[in-house]
Design a binder for this molecule. Structure first.
Ligand code: C5P
Length: 283
């Protein structure tokens, strides 16, 4: 079974407050993107996991292996599988690469198992693996709250080309939340992003709170945002806690011209399309 794992960006992200369990309540809109890792999964005599592309851990600390073990704990009849991951989405870039891979393993195993789990059960398992994993069970465009695991599919009334600019900076999500903590005084109420889905609203309201700590710490990420806007993006924002800054362009030509500007500075760029229809990614 071959699976396109895809990636995501956050269209705005508000961190509301820190909970007693240490996690933060947030509000965001996740948008699935076509670009992503590839996974191959075939039934085998014993479990194995190999990788190619960008180097990532291939032992039990890889989310794909964790996803397999977690699924097997809930469905003991899960067959052994051979999994190969071709990694293209840089870890720690805020694009949800590892989360998409883990969700793909859960969905693929669910297909191979008699008496599959429901979507709700898969989402609950996904939440045990990480806050961004549940989104990839259904993908598309979803409004998320809680720690990112409460989800509702929504429809945007705009489209565009997404230019991802990935600087060679690894940002720890844990660090970014801690850096924000001192600014979180009292409980903030959500603005309910789900109601703000037009192009004009996006530009006005979809801020990512992490920009207020990430840009001062890494000014080059702020400079990328300015260049994206100068090059004609109608929206530019940080994905998750970074380091990826993305711009949305109405015209593909404009996005390609912008990509050339960033490539001159040796940045990794990817021009990709949003995926609006919910998809399993399994081909
Ligand atoms: O859930 P995940 O393992 O992806 O989160 C990584 C880290 O980011 C957590 O250990 C926590 O420090 C922080 N986090 C948070 N609030 C969230 C999501 C993540 O504080 N909603």
């Amino acid at each position: 079974m071959k699976i396109d794992c895809h990636s995501k960006v956050n269209l705005g992200l508000r961190v509301l407050y820190q909970r007693s369990d240490g996690y933060h309540e947030l509000e965001t809109v996740f948008q699935e993107l076509a670009w992503g890792d590839q996974l191959e999964l075939v039934p085998a005599i014993e479990f194995s996991f190999t990788t190619s592309g960008i180097a990532v851990p291939s032992g039990s600390d890889n989310l794909c292996v964790k996803a397999y073990e977690l699924f097997r704990k809930h469905r003991s009849e899960t067959p052994p599988v051979q999994i190969h991951l071709h990694k293209v989405v840089p870890p720690g870039s805020g694009l949800g690469g590892g989360s998409a891979d883990a969700a793909a393993v859960l969905k693929a195993l669910n297909r191979l198992t008699n008496g599959p789990l429901s979507e709700r059960e898969l989402i609950n398992l996904a939440a045990e693996l990480g806050s961004d994993v549940p989104f990839f069970i259904r993908g598309g465009t979803q409004w998320a709250w809680g720690r990112g695991e409460k989800l509702m599919s929504i429809q945007l009334d705009f489209t565009g080309w997404f230019l991802l600019v990935i600087p060679p900076i690894h940002i720890s999500t844990r660090w970014a939340y801690q850096a924000l903590n001192s600014r979180l005084t009292g409980r903030r109420s959500p603005v309910t992003f789900r109601g703000l889905l037009k192009k004009a609203d996006l530009v006005r309201f979809f801020e990512n709170d992490f920009e207020s700590v990430v840009i001062p710490a890494y000014p080059e990420i702020g400079a990328i945002k300015e260049t994206l806007i100068e090059e004609g993006a109608f929206f530019a924002g940080l994905s998750g806690s970074g380091a990826t800054m993305y711009g949305i362009f109405s015209e593909r030509d404009q996005a390609e011209t912008a990509a050339r500007v960033f490539r001159k500075n040796s940045y990794h760029t990817e021009l990709t399309a949003p995926i609006f229809t919910t998809t399993s990614g399994i081909v």
